[in-house]
Design a protein around this ligand. Structure first.
Ligand code: PAF
Length: 280
């Protein structure tokens, strides 16, 4: 496995792979890799000849009071994990290369990015789409792999990719959960054991919604009421949103439709902001 931090070197490396007829996959990450990321790398390895993993803590997708400075950075451990999972190249650009002095061009998706996360984190998806478009331009992958855990991010990236004719196949890997139902996330490490115990209610609320839909419930108000009731039993949990939405547009729906809708949750667990979702 090779580690490359220079953009021109990355372009040359990918150019030679493509010239040799190799199918190239990109797994964009911000590092602090957990088993969820590794499952995405393995998924990419099963579908491409060459797997590129990018590790870049992207400053433009963090709000002014968010956790950019304390976001975990652990490159050595990440590189070992990437190699074990089957990555061929890890791309670790510097912020000054991705956003050179005077940088003033952003990509904004203006519909799917609006609801849910877009309400409380208004500049977040602009940062995500901008950096992902840059990574696509640098790596020019045939396919890129993202996790279902960030369902709205997936929908926004799909829309951007289609709208801008980027020609990258978007592949989505399922959310990985610990045995207790907690969705794997780099931010889980911020939780104390007591906070984590309360945070498990997010996964429980989603499971309950899924069970209710499987038993025939379609009414959105019933599903949301049950989920918020479960969450409200935990004093550290404050719900930011609990919504049943169309999985492509992220717009609220009138009723749950299996295969087309998902329940999306965001909550503060004390000062830690968590998101989770479940296709219904
Ligand atoms: O999901 C993430 O880790 C990030 O939002 C991404 C896609 C790597 C863009 O910085």
């Amino acid at each position: 496995m090779q580690t490359i931090s220079s953009i021109p070197e990355m372009q040359t490396r990918v150019g030679s792979l493509r010239a040799a007829g190799k199918r190239v996959a990109l797994v964009p990450t911000m590092g602090a890799l957990h088993d969820g990321h590794l499952s995405l790398i393995r998924l990419a390895a099963g579908r491409a000849d060459a797997v590129m993993v990018s590790i870049f803590v992207n400053p433009t997708q963090f709000g002014p009071n968010e956790d950019f400075t304390r976001y975990p950075r652990e490159l050595d451990a990440d590189l070992q994990k990437c190699e074990a999972a089957g990555a061929h190249v890890v791309f670790t650009p510097g912020a000054e290369d991705i956003y050179p002095k005077g940088f003033s061009t952003f990509i904004t998706e203006e519909a799917v990015a609006r609801p849910l996360e877009g309400v409380s984190r208004p500049a977040h998806f602009r940062g995500v789409t901008t950096v992902v478009a840059k990574l696509f331009n640098i790596v020019r992958p045939d396919l890129a792999v993202f996790g279902q855990k960030d369902a709205q991010q997936v929908a926004v990236i799909r829309k951007m990719t289609a709208d801008l004719h980027l020609g990258v196949e978007i592949v989505v890997g399922p959310t990985l959960r610990d045995a207790d139902g907690m969705a794997l996330s780099s931010r889980n490490r911020y939780l104390t054991p007591a906070q984590r115990a309360d945070a498990l209610s997010l996964g429980r609320a989603l499971r309950r919604a899924k069970e209710m839909v499987a038993a025939g419930e379609r009414r959105v108000d019933r599903l949301v009421a049950e989920a918020t009731h479960l969450l409200a039993q935990h004093r550290r949990v404050r719900v930011i949103y609990a919504a049943i939405v169309d999985r492509d547009t992220m717009e609220p729906v009138r009723e749950a439709t299996p295969g087309k809708t998902l329940m999306a949750l965001a909550a503060w667990v004390d000062e830690v902001r968590l998101i989770d979702n479940e296709p219904l």
